[in-house]
Design a protein around this ligand. Structure first.
Ligand code: URA
Length: 432
C-alpha cells in the first residue's frame, strides 16, 4: 500500500477502505508518513468529505492509538458530557452533580481553556486545594463512592488525534465536519463512558457559526458513538451570547454554585436542566418528561448541591469557599464598563467577549500561559436588556490597569446598543 495512492483516491472522490485509513493513521503516528502527505490527505478530505463508515474507521484508529480509560470497575451506568466550547460555559459544574444526584455515574475528564473559550479544569482549579490530577484508581474510587468526579485528562488519550490536529491547525483543514467529529469522538470514546451527551454550540462565540453546520456535526458525532456501541444524544444550543453572566474562572464557579444553591438565572438553569435530562433519558431510560422532572428535583431539593460539595471535598478543595463564595479573591483592579448611549443590547459578539476575558488575564493564548483565576467579566446586562447612557453594563476584574484598558476596548467593540429591542433568542435550538 502506498500513501500516494490513498491521497489520490481521496482527491478523486473515492471512498477509502478501512485498511487504507489504518495504514495512514499508523504511519502518521509512527512517523513513517511525512507531514506533507498527511496535509495533502487532510485537504482532500476537506474538499471531498468522508462517508459515515470512513469517519468511524478514522475515529477508531485514533482512539486505538493510545490509552483507554477503564471505567469497568465503576458500578452503575457511566455518563459523560461534551461541549464544543463556548464563553461563560460553566454547565459541567452543574450538570455532573445533578446527574450524580439522580443515580448516574459521572466520570468526567475535562480540558483547559484556550483562546477565547474557557475550560472546566481551570474553573475547578480556582477552588483552593482542588486537585484535578488524580491517579486512575482514585478516580474510579471517587466515582464509586460519591457518584461523580471531574479531573483533567490523564494518560495518553488518542495521541494520533493530537498529531493530526496540530497538522490541521497549520494547514487550514480544521473546519471539516468528518475531521472535527472524528477528532472529538476519538477522545470521548477513549475516555470510556457508556453514555455521551453532546452540547454542540452555534453562533458568534462557537466553533460552528451556523445552525446547519452544528446540526451536521452533531449528527456525525452521534453516528460514530452509536456505531461504537455508546448511547448518544445531542443538543444544539445558542452561543451567540455568553452563557450566564460571568466569564472567568472563580467568577464562573461562583455563578455555578449560585445555580446549585437554587439562585441561578433562568437561561443558565434551562440549559443545564435540558442537558441533564438528556443524560438521564439515555442512561436511565426515562421519558423526556420524567428526566426533566428528576433533574429539576435534584436542583430544587439541594441534592445536586450536596453532590458538588462531596466532589470538592473528595478532590481536596476547601469547602468553605463553596459555602461562602464571597471568600473567592477576585483580581484587585476593577472597572465598570458603561453604555456609550441609551438603548437595548442587540448584539454581543461572543468571541470578542471571550477575548476580552482573556485580556483581563482569565484565559491563555498558548498552552503554556498561566492564568489569573480571579480575573474576568461580570455582565450586569445582557442581550435584549435596556440601558441608559452611562449606565454600567459590566465589571471587569484584572491584575493591572493595562489589562483593564485592553479588555475594556475589546468588550466595548463586542457590544452593540440599538434603539429598538432585538428579537428574542432561543437558547435550545434543537434536540437530536
Ligand atoms: N475540538 C477538537 O477536539 N477537535 C477538533 O477538530 C475541533 C475541536
Amino acid at each position: 500500500m502506498r500513501m500516494y495512492d490513498i491521497i489520490k483516491n481521496k482527491r478523486d472522490g473515492l471512498t477509502l477502505s478501512s485498511e487504507e485509513i489504518a495504514f495512514f493513521v499508523r504511519g502518521f503516528t509512527d512517523g513513517s508518513i511525512p507531514d506533507y502527505q498527511a496535509s495533502a490527505l487532510m485537504m482532500a478530505i476537506y474538499f471531498n468529505g468522508m462517508e459515515e463508515r470512513e469517519t468511524f474507521d478514522l475515529t477508531m484508529m485514533m482512539t486505538d492509538s493510545g490509552d483507554r480509560v477503564d471505567l469497568s470497575k465503576i458500578k452503575g451506568i457511566t455518563a459523560d458530557k461534551h461541549s464544543t466550547g463556548g464563553v461563560g460555559d460553566k454547565t459541567s459544574l452543574i450538570i455532573a452533580p445533578i446527574c450524580a444526584a439522580c443515580g448516574v455515574r459521572m466520570a468526567k475528564m475535562s480540558g483547559r481553556g484556550l483562546g477565547h473559550t474557557g475550560g472546566t479544569i481551570d474553573k475547578l482549579e480556582s477552588i483552593p486545594g482542588y486537585k484535578t490530577t488524580v491517579d486512575p484508581q482514585d478516580f474510579v474510587d471517587i466515582v464509586n463512592k460519591i457518584g461523580l468526579s471531574i479531573i483533567g485528562q490523564s494518560g495518553d488519550l488518542a495521541p494520533a488525534d493530537k498529531l493530526l490536529y496540530a497538522q490541521r491547525d497549520v494547514t487550514a483543514t480544521v473546519d471539516s465536519i468528518p475531521l472535527i467529529a472524528s477528532s472529538i469522538m476519538s477522545k470521548k470514546l477513549a475516555a470510556g463512558a457508556e453514555c455521551i451527551m453532546l452540547d454542540v454550540k452555534t453562533g458568534s462565540g462557537a466553533f460552528m457559526k451556523t445552525t446547519d453546520a452544528a446540526r451536521e456535526l452533531a449528527k456525525a458525532m452521534i453516528a460514530i458513538g452509536r456505531r461504537a456501541g455508546r448511547k448518544m444524544a445531542a443538543l444544539i444550543t445558542d452561543m451567540d451570547v455568553p452563557l450566564g453572566r460571568c466569564i472567568g474562572n472563580a467568577l464562573e464557579v461562583i455563578e455555578a454554585v449560585d445555580v446549585l444553591k437554587g439562585n441561578g438565572r433562568s437561561d443558565l438553569v434551562e440549559i443545564c436542566l435540558a442537558l441533564s435530562a438528556g443524560i438521564l433519558e439515555q442512561s436511565l431510560n426515562l421519558s423526556e418528561e420524567d428526566s426533566l422532572a428528576a433533574a429539576r428535583r435534584a436542583l430544587e431539593d439541594g441534592s445536586a448541591y450536596d453532590r458538588f460539595l462531596d466532589m470538592v471535598k473528595a478532590h481536596g478543595g476547601d469547602l468553605s469557599f463553596i459555602k461562602d463564595t464571597s471568600k473567592f479573591r477576585l483580581s484587585p483592579h476593577t472597572r465598570e464598563i458603561t453604555a456609550l448611549k441609551e438603548g437595548y443590547i442587540s448584539r454581543i459578539d461572543t468571541e470578542k467577549c471571550g477575548l476580552a476575558s482573556l485580556l483581563t488575564g482569565a484565559g491563555r493564548s498558548s498552552k503554556s500561559d498561566s492564568i489569573d483565576f480571579g480575573a474576568g467579566i461580570r455582565l450586569h446586562k445582557t442581550y435584549g436588556e435596556s440601558l441608559k447612557k452611562g449606565e454600567p453594563y459590566a465589571t471587569l476584574y484584572a491584575g493591572s490597569q493595562d489589562k483593564l484598558d485592553a479588555a475594556e476596548k475589546m468588550l466595548q467593540s463586542a457590544v452593540t446598543i440599538s434603539e429598538t429591542p432585538p428579537p428574542q433568542k432561543t437558547l435550545i435550538i434543537d434536540r437530536l
